[in-house]
Structure formats: structure tokens, C-alpha cells
Design a protein around this ligand. Structure first.
Ligand SMILES: Nc1nc2c(ncn2[C@@H]2O[C@H](COP(=O)(O)OP(=O)(O)OP(=O)(O)O)[C@@H](O)[C@H]2O)c(=O)[nH]1
Ligand SMILES: [Mg+2]
Length: 358
């Protein structure tokens, strides 16, 4: 699963990307004309709860892949814009960064226009989707008229999408889809169909003073069927560079509870339809992500294919139980340790021990 970071040129995508992935493994320059790709850890207060109450030598957070897509110069068209849009078609979710900070330096004096900027890029994405959907409807129409059931379903779905796009609404606005239609729609890689998080990138001295811009971004997000968050990418990048004790000190000085990349990464994970589960052993406590609808054996397969193949059952409890009872032993004594079979559906925050035999 990948999340693409997009925006108009200079909105702060690369700054945010670097705050997220730090100096962890990544390819691509990030500042160049090509997308950069990197892996971010998902900051997770619940993982800290597990680590506090379960003895282990190592704690490993879950990961999320981000793609830093260079600013899309709307109206320019051409192969460069085409390439950037193509990169955005490949990802599973979108972070749309909006400049809400007054820029210094070479771009000095540019007024901010968060809502105008959002509309500009969203309209470009809708046009790009229209260019895909219009010919696709035409292609499906003839076999649909001839009675081909697949083509009929495809044609009906695409016609609904086409109506929305022609109205200037994103493809995601057509609402909940049945699994078949969702699969068909996904195969087109429509950018406006992807789950989106709007990121209001406010000035680093303006965290508290940015309600106006972030409120307007939040309003637009609601309209466009997405979520929103306000942060300062520059401040996040500075926080990410600090060593742990300095970081904690700075977070306290700024009166924050944690860096904003925490809520951002968790929001993206949610948008991707993923939940988090944990495994514990004396060697390692680890957080993993799994599709929200995953069964216990499917979750086991994320940890190791042998565990899925030879799945017997899972012993499990939830982080909530750990918060209440403070130790695995106390959870067991309280009768909260569950034994779950192969039909069990994972719940967000489950701590799983897989019993298997291969
Ligand atoms: N003051 C301030 N400056 C920022 C912030 N975020 C980014 N910048 C500045 O804006 C400029 C562009 O930042 P980048 O992160 O490279 O922007 P980008 O969106 O990746 O731009 P392109 O990919 O080149 O279109 C840099 O000079 C950043 O230092 C912020 O939150 N506050
Ligand atoms: Mg960039």
C-alpha cells in the first residue's frame, strides 16, 4: 500500500515527505523532477502501551510507504504533468498538501489562497480522470448493448462516474460501491476516486493561529469526501531531525502532545482501509498493518506465510485489555485471553499469538 503526496509546486510536499521518512531507506532525489519513494514508521501510542506492559528486547513499529510527487504545474499540460499524474494513478491513497504559509525567499510576497489552490488541483485531477473515463464509457457501450453482462455493469458504473466528473465532483463522490464495482473502478486508477487526506501546511509560527486556513481546508475536505489535518511541514521536518530527548523537549515547549506526522500517518493508514495488530515475544514486540476485513489466518500470513499455511488458532487480547489489566498474566487471570479460530476477523488493536503447525 502506498500513499502519494501531491500538491501545487512549492506547497511543501518534499518537506513533509522528508519529515515522514527521515533518513530511512528511500530512492529518488525527492527534490528532482521524478517521484521519490520512502518508507515511514507509523508513530503509535498503543505500541508504547504494549511495550510498557510486556517485556521484550526490541520494539518495531509498522511501516507505510509514501511517494513524493513533484509539484503539478496546473495548466502547463505536456509530458511532465502527464508523468506526474501517471505516478498519482499508481498509489492507493493521496495526501494533498496545500500551502497555507506565507513563503519567504524567491517566492516572497505570494499571498496564500488555500481554497483556490485546492480547487485548482482538484479540477485538474477531475479533468485527467474525465480523459480516461469518457473513452472507457464509449468502449463499454457497444458490448453492453449486445447484452454482455460484464460490459453492462462496467458501463453503468462508468456512466455514474462520468456524471459526477462532468458535474465537477470527484469520482469518490458516487458513494459506497459493492465489491465488484469497487474492483472495476480501482482498475482505472482514477485519482479522484482514491481516498484523500488534505494537509493544510501552515506556517511554523502559526500552528495555533491557523484556524482560518485549516477550517477552510477542512470544509473543502468534507465536501470532497476526504479528511483533513493542519500541520507545519517545516516544523515536522525539524522535529524529525532532532534526537529523542531534544525532540521531547521541543514538543513540550510547543505545547504539542506529539509530532503531527503521527496523526497523519494513522489517518492515512485508516484511509487505506488498514487496521493495526501486534505480536509479542521476548525477542520482539511488533506492530503490523492488515486490511480491516482480514481473518486471523490472513493476519498470520502477514507475519509469516508458514503461520497462515499451518494456522491452528490464535490466542489474542486487545490493547484495551492491557491498559486495564497491565500485564498478559492479569489478562489471562481475568479471563480476557481469547482463543480464536480461522473465521475470526481481526479487530484494530488486537495483540495476536498465532499457533501453527507446518
Ligand atoms: N515557512 C515555511 N516554509 C515551508 C514550509 N513547508 C515548505 N516550506 C518551504 O517551501 C519551499 C518548497 O518546499 P518543498 O517541500 O521543496 O516544496 P514541494 O512542494 O516539494 O515543491 P516542488 O516539488 O518543487 O514543487 C522550501 O523553501 C521550503 O523550505 C512550511 O511549513 N513553512
Ligand atoms: Mg518536491
Amino acid at each position: 500500500m502506498e500513499c502519494g503526496i501531491i500538491g501545487l509546486p512549492g506547497a511543501g510536499m518534499t518537506t513533509l515527505f522528508e519529515a515522514l521518512v527521515g533518513d530511512k531507506a528511500r530512492t529518488g532525489a525527492g527534490h528532482g523532477p521524478k517521484p521519490g519513494i520512502g518508507v515511514a514508521t507509523i508513530p503509535d501510542p498503543r505500541l508504547a502501551v504494549v511495550a510498557r506492559h510486556v517485556e521484550s528486547r526490541k520494539v518495531t513499529p509498522a511501516m507505510l510507504t509514501f511517494v513524493d510527487i513533484p509539484g503539478i504545474d496546473v495548466g502547463k499540460g505536456g509530458s511532465k504533468t502527464g508523468g506526474l499524474l501517471a505516478a498519482a494513478r499508481e498509489v492507493d491513497a493521496i495526501c494533498h498538501v496545500i500551502r497555507c504559509f506565507e513563503s519567504a525567499g524567491e517566492r516572497a510576497g505570494r499571498r496564500t489562497d488555500p481554497v483556490g489552490d485546492i480547487r485548482t488541483l482538484d479540477e485538474e485531477l477531475i479533468l485527467a480522470d474525465l480523459a480516461l473515463v469518457e473513452p472507457a464509457v464509449d468502449r463499454a457501450a457497444r458490448p453492453a448493448r449486445a447484452g454482455d453482462p460484464d460490459a453492462k455493469a462496467r458501463c453503468a458504473l462508468l456512466t455514474r462516474v462520468l456524471e459526477a466528473l462532468n458535474d465537477g465532483r470527484p469520482a469518490r463522490s458516487i458513494g459506497e460501491l459493492n465489491p465488484g464495482d469497487a474492483t472495476i473502478l480501482r482498475s482505472y486508477g482514477l485519482i479522484s476516486a482514491k481516498p484523500v487526506l488534505y494537509v493544510a501546511n501552515v506556517g511554523e509560527n502559526d500552528l495555533a493561529g491557523a484556524p482560518e486556513a485549516s477550517r477552510r481546508v477542512a470544509d473543502h475536505a468534507a465536501e470532497a469526501g476526504g479528511e483533513s489535518i493542519a500541520l507545519s511541514a517545516k516544523l515536522e521536518a525539524e522535529l524529525a531531525e532532532l534526537a529523542e530527548p531534544d525532540r521531547i523537549q521541543m514538543i513540550e515547549a510547543l505545547d504539542l502532545s506529539e509530532p503531527a506526522i503521527g496523526p497523519l500517518a494513522r489517518a492515512v493508514n485508516r484511509l487505506l482501509g488498514m487496521v493495526v495488530f501486534y505480536t509479542t515475544s521476548p525477542k520482539e514486540i511488533r506492530a503490523w498493518t492488515a486490511p480491516a476485513e482480514a481473518s486471523a489466518p490472513e493476519a498470520a500470513g502477514i507475519v509469516h506465510s508458514d503461520m497462515q499455511r499451518g494456522f491452528i488458532r490464535a490466542e489474542c487480547y486487545n490493547v484495551e485489555d492491557l491498559e486495564q489489566h497491565q500485564s498478559e498474566k492479569a489478562i489471562k487471570a481475568a479471563g480476557r485471553l481469547r482463543s480464536e479460530g480461522k473465521h475470526y476477523r481481526l479487530r484494530d488493536g488486537d495483540v495476536m499469538r498465532f499457533l501453527f503447525n507446518v
